[in-house]
Write a new protein. Structure first.
Length: 123
């Protein structure tokens, strides 16, 4: 199995570490950021395959960070999953229009996340 480098940008420490534990157990490398500025700093270093971005974070929110990712000429171009408790159709559309590839609603369903990562690896 290939290994993905996954950035988890989530301000809730428990959620961040639970996702980290899952990713590590599945053989992926997890990088952690507690806010949008930390996430952007990690992304500037390159090498991130997948970003899991919380919509509501301090300093830079997930939607703004997603827009930045799409204009930053990063290598590789990361696959972006926007993570939020928001599930209204208009908000999903906002996230996808900002450049997100996918959308997960909190609390994160581990099986759904694992399936999405498997699909990313296939493509």
């Amino acid at each position: 199995m290939q290994r993905l480098k996954v950035l988890i940008a989530e301000d809730e420490a428990v959620s961040r570490h639970l996702m980290e534990a899952s990713l590590t157990n599945w053989g992926h490398e997890a990088m952690l950021a507690a806010d949008g500025e930390q996430a952007r700093a990690i992304l500037r270093g390159g090498g991130v395959d997948v970003c899991i971005l919380d919509w509501e974070m301090p300093k830079i929110d997930g939607v703004e960070l997603c827009r930045w990712i799409r204009t930053a000429n990063l290598t590789p171009i990361p696959y972006v999953i926007l993570l939020t408790a928001r599930k209204e159709p208009g908000q999903i559309e906002t996230g996808l229009q900002a450049g997100a590839n996918d959308y997960l609603v909190k609390p994160v369903d581990r099986a759904q996340l694992r399936t999405r990562l498997a699909v990313i690896l296939k493509n």
